[in-house]
Design a binder for this molecule. Structure first.
Ligand code: ATP
Ligand code: MG
Length: 407
């Protein structure tokens, strides 16, 4: 049997990027031979094994043929006859379809190296269209390598467009989509992921709620960029530049969805968009089965981001309601993430990227003040049950009044 490094490891070495996980392809071996060498089979579906020591993935060379909708609709053929070239042609992009032996001899039948130099994300063969997940993968690689000057080849974008129109994207499972979306959001330029999806028509299918924001104007005084879609991309860009977590980035992407529902007569104002957006945020959350912390933060940021911006003007009672809604006493981290998302929203505006955001410290200070209220003295005074709750609230309100006066 011959063993080759493939995919990302070869690509990233040639790009001079650090290689984290290595994928291997094995030519000329049978399952029995792999098992005899101590490799552990990964699943029943594909001839993929884990190395007994390194735990890295070793896949038998295989060919694939589409036999139905979605990812389950693949039949593959693995045998000792399948060549390296035949295995490489089933891969998504030319830059991902190179192999290297242990002497670093490159096998590059589909000109991945040429495309690396040309900074092009190009599909390997027309079979690209057989797996709709590749639309998301290409957009994700575009987000990752945009900083190096990579773009999607026009003919690949055209195939992505056809795939998006074909209805195949709808066959993707929430789990497969979320895996790509969440990884893409954590790339250096996540806004490029959304841009590429939009350009090929996939955004309209996957997240019509986000797609609808493009072309929707906002008041120029607060939003020099005017367009809500452009603003959303800038917010995401700021979130990446400030190395925010996945939860914050997800909330940034969805925070303004309500603006897509404003009747045109009301433009450029968006009265109550925070509240109107909640059902859209919920729909997107559920469509991709986003993790609970992402879902929660997106809804909270959607509902309260304007409160965040207006923090210094809020009445103490409104400020208290805000803090209560976040359960700052038990969930301090979540409130920090809310503040971060608000700050990204404030900076994700044309020409305002460097502005200061005094609201952040003000909100932190308010939360700390509210947390100083001790329960014990109230218990000692004999408060119980709902009355205790009311008494705590009264004390917190008092503390917040003082906080606001001193600020
Ligand atoms: P990363 O750095 O994100 O791990 P990668 O290129 O190694 O990038 P993997 O998901 O680890 O990506 O997949 C390894 C290789 O398998 C890819 O380089 C590609 O050749 C191939 N591959 C993975 N998923 C697909 C797919 N859906 N369609 C076609 N080829 C794929
Ligand atoms: Mg990999």
């Amino acid at each position: 049997m011959q063993i080759y490094k493939v995919g990302g490891a070869v690509r990233d070495r040639l790009l001079g990027k650090p290689v984290t996980d290595i994928d291997w392809v094995v030519v000329g071996a049978t399952t029995e031979e792999m098992l005899a060498k101590g490799f552990r089979p990964v699943g029943a579906d594909f001839p993929v094994f884990l190395h007994p020591k390194s735990g890295e993935e070793y896949a038998l060379a295989r060919t694939e043929r589409k036999s139905g909708r979605g990812y389950g609709g693949f039949t593959f053929h693995a045998s000792t006859e399948v060549t390296l070239e035949e295995d490489l042609i089933r891969r998504d992009l030319t830059i991902n379809a190179m192999a290297e032996d242990d002497q670093q001899n490159l096998t590059d039948p589909y000109h991945g190296q040429r495309d690396l130099e040309a900074r092009l994300l190009r599909h390997v063969s027309p079979a690209f269209a057989e797996d709709p997940l590749r639309v998301l993968r290409v957009a994700r690689f575009a987000a990752r390598y945009a900083g190096l000057g990579f773009t999607v080849a026009p003919e690949t974008l055209e195939l992505m467009r056809q795939l998006s129109e074909s209805g195949e994207l709808e066959a993707l499972t929430a789990e497969r989509s979320w895996k790509e979306i969440s990884r893409a959001l954590m790339e250096d330029q996540p806004q490029v992921f959304i841009e590429v999806l939009r350009e090929c028509g996939a955004l309209k299918v996957l997240m019509p709620e986000v797609d609808a924001l493009f072309g929707v104007p906002q008041p120029e005084a607060h939003h020099p960029e005017i367009d809500t879609g452009v603003h959303t991309l800038s917010v995401l860009e700021q979130a990446a530049q400030h190395k925010q977590s996945l939860t914050v980035r997800w909330a940034c992407l969805l925070h303004d969805l309500g603006k897509g529902l404003t009747p045109e007569e009301e433009w450029p104002r968006h009265i109550a968009h925070e509240h109107k957006g909640l059902k859209l945020i919920k729909a997107v959350n559920e469509r991709f089965k986003a993790p609970k912390d992402c879902q929660e933060l997106a809804l909270l940021v959607g509902e309260y981001h304007t409160h965040g911006h207006r923090a210094l003007e809020l009445k103490p009672s409104t400020l208290l309601e805000l803090l209560q809604s976040f359960d700052i006493y038990r969930r301090p981290q979540r409130f920090e993430e809310f503040i971060a998302a608000c700050e990204m929203d404030a900076r994700g505006r044309k020409g305002l990227e460097q502005r200061s955001y005094p609201q952040a410290d003000y909100l932190r200070g308010a939360a700390n003040a509210a947390r100083t209220v001790a329960v014990q003295p109230l218990l000692e005074k004999g408060f119980k049950g709902p009355e205790l709750g009311e008494a705590i609230k009264r004390e917190r309100l008092k503390v917040l009044k003082t906080y606001k006066e001193k600020a």
